[in-house]
Design a protein around this ligand. Structure first.
Ligand code: DC
Length: 455
């Protein structure tokens, strides 16, 4: 495939996210982009609005978490193209203009704070968008729904510009509301959308911030179009097509390579290990792998599924015995203090990446007793961000009951997610917040793999 063909391939399959507060110009931008790039438009706000409309129709109290969640779970939502325009289909019928009216606008934020509602919507959105070829628009599409989106855009605009746009938008729909009413609705929604515990409105790490206050829609769209094409071209140069040898797959540590290949062989022979998503690794770049942790077998079993020289972070107590310590160091283990990252650990991580190798970490810190993903230990967001590498979420299942997997009564499974990429030119203005957001994004991406495992 020529470079141009590869760029086109990535453009066709890309996931773009456009997030930002109400009135920042998301819908217009996302729609125009989807037309220009030939991608499907996914309006996530319309989904929350459709559920809110149903809640209002049924007379349920919008604060009744269970009843509202039930409605969200029962609603069928799809995106279809009708007369050349993307339309949200709600329970088989195109969504009406009521979902844009003031009644819905006044209630949609509280409805969309319910975790059950969010879970139901995110599940549908991922089902529609996971294959790629979409422009998703909303509040959390780049942070929670598709943390691995190829291009993430975060739109901002001053209150004056946002109010002006909303007035115009409502006017066109024949809905009259005073400027003050609109402004106070925007302020109130900002507060609720940014303050909620589950997937709040945040700038996703790696997102391009575009201030739309003083620029036209055309300028906005052209800018994002450019960013997208540039990223598609960059991915095209990193991509290693099937059948071609990936230069980063060659190991240099003899002991590591021997041990890895032996483990791979036994996994295949005894446990019939199934690896999903290896195609996500077909890039000539070193990765920061983040995996769930359910058993002592995870480091060797997860680590050996990637065909690359890899360093694995392991608790420092394991290195106390001199012989074992020597062995672990020679199969690329890096000691870590459970209490936090020491300078020695950070230095060892830097050295691994400098050598062009990859790293595997278990951000939960200790094994999960019930087999489900636990909260992360602090530090993962910082380490991942600091590495500058693309972060690959992975998920292992089966090692906690290894005897059931012996001779394939049950399969061992490893799922490899899409890389979460942070563009080189990305700059953070609030480090601490970005570390937390990145940690949440990695968690969400791993949770998605867990959902696939137990679907
Ligand atoms: O973009 P919009 O104004 O149509 O969105 C309506 C509301 O839906 C917004 O106030 C918050 C909610 N929403 C959300 O919580 N998450 C999304 N991804 C999209 C919208």
């Amino acid at each position: 495939m020529s470079n141009n063909d590869l760029t086109m391939k990535f453009l066709r399959d890309m996931i773009l996210t456009v997030d930002g507060p109400a009135g920042s110009g998301k819908s217009t931008t996302a729609q125009a982009l989807s037309e220009r790039l030939g991608l499907t438009y996914l309006d996530t706000g319309a989904m929350y609005r459709a559920v809110t409309w149903k809640v209002l129709q049924s007379g349920i109290d919008p604060d009744d978490r269970e009843a509202v969640t039930r409605i969200a779970e029962e609603t069928s939502l799809e995106m279809e193209i009708r007369d050349g325009k993307p339309v949200l289909i709600v329970d088989g019928e195109p969504a009406g203009s009521e979902i844009r009216g003031p009644e819905v606008s006044g209630t949609v934020s509280p409805v969309s704070t319910h975790p059950g509602v969010r879970r139901a919507m995110v599940r549908i959105q991922r089902k529609i968008g996971n294959r790629g070829g979409i422009v998703a628009e909303g509040r959390d599409t780049g942070s929670t729904v598709f943390p691995f989106a190829h291009v993430k855009i975060f739109l901002v605009a001053d209150m004056e510009a946002r109010t002006r746009r909303r007035v115009k938008q409502l006017d066109q729909m024949g809905i009259t509301q005073t400027k003050d009413e609109i402004r106070s609705n925007l302020v109130k929604r900002d507060e609720i959308d940014s303050g909620r515990e589950h997937s709040p409105l945040v700038r996703p790490v790696g997102a391009f911030v575009v201030d739309t206050s003083g620029i036209t829609i055309e300028e906005q769209v052209r800018l994002i179009d450019e960013i997208t094409r540039k990223e598609a071209a960059r991915l095209g140069t990193l991509y290693i097509p099937k059948g071609k040898r990936n230069p980063v797959s060659r190991g240099h540590s003899f002991l590591f390579t021997i041990c890895r290949d032996m483990i791979r062989f036994f996994e295949w022979l005894l446990y019939g290990i199934k690896v999903h998503g290896s195609e996500n690794l077909r890039f000539a770049e070193s990765f920061f792998f983040a995996s769930n942790h359910i058993s002592y077998y995870d480091p060797p079993f997860v680590g050996s599924t990637f065909k690359r020289e890899l360093w694995i972070v392991a608790k420092k107590e394991l290195f106390q015995n001199r012989v074992i310590g020597w062995f672990l160091r020679n199969v690329n283990a890096i000691p870590i203090d459970r209490e936090g990252f020491t300078r020695a650990t950070l230095k060892a991580i830097d050295k691994a990446f400098e050598a062009g190798d990859s790293l595997l970490m278990f951000p939960e810190g200790t094994r999960s007793k019930n087999g489900r993903l636990k909260r992360f230990k602090p530090g993962i967001g910082m380490i991942a961000y600091r590495s500058g590498k693309s972060i690959v979420p992975t998920y292992i299942a089966g090692t906690d009951a290894l005897k059931d997997c012996f001779l394939r009564k049950r399969r061992l499974e490893v799922r490899i997610g899409r890389p979460i990429r942070i563009p080189e030119e990305y700059e953070t203005d609030d480090r601490k917040k970005d570390y937390d957001t990145l940690s949440m994004m990695i968690y969400e991406a791993m949770k998605m793999l867990e959902d696939e495992t137990y679907a």
